[in-house]
Design a protein around this ligand. Structure first.
Ligand code: ZN
Length: 107
């Protein structure tokens, strides 16, 4: 996407060096900075501009903040976190239905 960034006064940059970003990791980034573009730089050249997209669900990557949640008590059960509102980033655990804030996920 070629969106000019002139309008934005402050540009947030997330720098991830020498790393291949897996889908799960970009999902995590999307939660921290939903509007940040990802610039893929290879051999000092910008090769790709990517915008992170929030998935509908994040499975087994984060822990549910509710300690009594079945995903925390039952071994081998992956968490399922639903993104109910992508614009305002509203999250919910699919098991215990607890609302989760991004701060709780990223510690
Ligand atoms: Zn839960």
């Amino acid at each position: 996407m070629n969106v000019p960034s002139v309008k934005q006064k402050k540009k947030d940059i997330i720098k991830v060096e020498n790393k291949f970003l897996e889908k799960k990791e970009t999902d995590k980034l999307a939660l921290i900075a939903p509007n940040a573009p990802i610039n893929i730089i290879k051999d000092y050249k910008l090769t790709e501009k990517r915008r992170i997209q929030l998935p509908d669900k994040i499975i087994g990557f984060f822990k549910c903040p509710n300690l009594r949640c079945i995903t925390n008590t039952e071994e081998g059960l992956s968490s399922k976190i639903e993104i109910i509102d992508k614009k305002n980033i509203l999250l919910k655990c699919q098991y215990c239905a607890r609302s989760i804030t991004t701060n709780e996920l990223i510690k």
